[in-house]
Design a protein around this ligand. Sequence first.
Ligand code: DSN
Length: 448
Amino acid sequence: MTQDPTAAGPSGTPFERWLADDPEVAKLIGDEARRQSTTLQLIASENFTSPAVLAAVGSVLTNKYAEGYPGRRYYGGNQVIDEVEDLARMRACELFGAEHANVQPHAGAAANLAVYQALLDPGDTILAMRLDQGGHLTHGSPASITSRFWRFVAYGVTPASADPDAPGEVIDFDEVAALAKTERPKMIVAGATAYPRVIDPQPFREIADSVGALLFFDLAHPAGLVAGGAHPSPVGVADVVSFTTHKTLRGPRGGAILCRADLAKAIDSAVFPGLQGGPLEHVIAGKAVAFREAMAPSFRAYAAAVVRNARALAAALAAEGFRLVSGGTDNHLLLVDLLGFDAELTGKVAQETLDRAGITLNRNTIPDDPRSAFQTSGLRLGTAAETTAGMGEAEMATIGTLIGRALRGRDDEAALGAVRAEVADLCAAFPPYPTLGTGVDGRPAGRV
Ligand code: DSN
């Protein structure tokens, strides 16, 4: 069996060798590697990127200034960098079937700001999903700068229902259509950050067309599911699509924008010089690596496994007495309503309790949450990362049980300690980087 270097001391992983002169930072990287490999990573927006992506992001490409775009830079010496960025753009277009890609956004929020800036005037009306219904901060939350520049009108989900065949809490397309008619938005935003169902771009397209609005699809969360063929693609349906590269797509931390050719100039100008300066070409190289990995047949199996695992985890949590928002999931994430499990238990306390048990996830509001976004009545869990580590439906069933046990025993240190020990055993069987100690040498066999 390959030695797991993340469990060892200063002993020869590439990071430790390169950081030999800075043991403090080396230690912190080692500590975080150990945390990631000895506790369960269930944050829906995270993943374990490949050693090849890590290598690209840790490369000399970080040294280069490259303001501008391939062939049109403001600094010399960009011959190689142009090839890097062109490769990333080309692969993004090929992966998603897009006419144009901008791979420079440093993050999803920056990508979204660029889309608004490129296609709208200040004060224009945008119809988007409300944060507490599953939308993102950049979809017009009062806390986001987006709400200071544009006028957002919010849609949400249908009410929850006791009918198991129609549990509700799905996007309320009647409301979207009605608001589009009365508010005449210049843009409709589809996409969410805490919504456990498929988002079909087609009804959004029809509503947008009925009022002459642009359709912008924020694909941040399910980008990998779309790339892997598990969800319908909004590319070619929406006018513009943004996504992040580090969630289900399993690449480096960053953003990207896809659009029709006729919007390319506006989008590119909005990213640079509109919002950003020098692009992070080392990250762009990492994005190129991730796009290639996502084109491999094994990535289709991965995307399908992520969804299967989320369903298995949902079933296990339901068996533990948790109510799932919308009754379940058909993507990589699930939203758990804690109110029925224990009305006294806030999302904040549940998150902190699970942290102590070695289970990492985040608290989240549920639709019409009676508690604040800081306390919350819900939890959000995702299966993208542990599916990358090789876990399957059997492990998801175990995880559901462990979560139930930890939360029921939250005042009992021995009970939490027992869960933490079982979590450690489970993680030891599925190390995310079992081969890292021997160099940056690809994924272990047997992983999807
Ligand atoms: N913070 C991200 C998430 O967790 O979904 C979205 O930007």
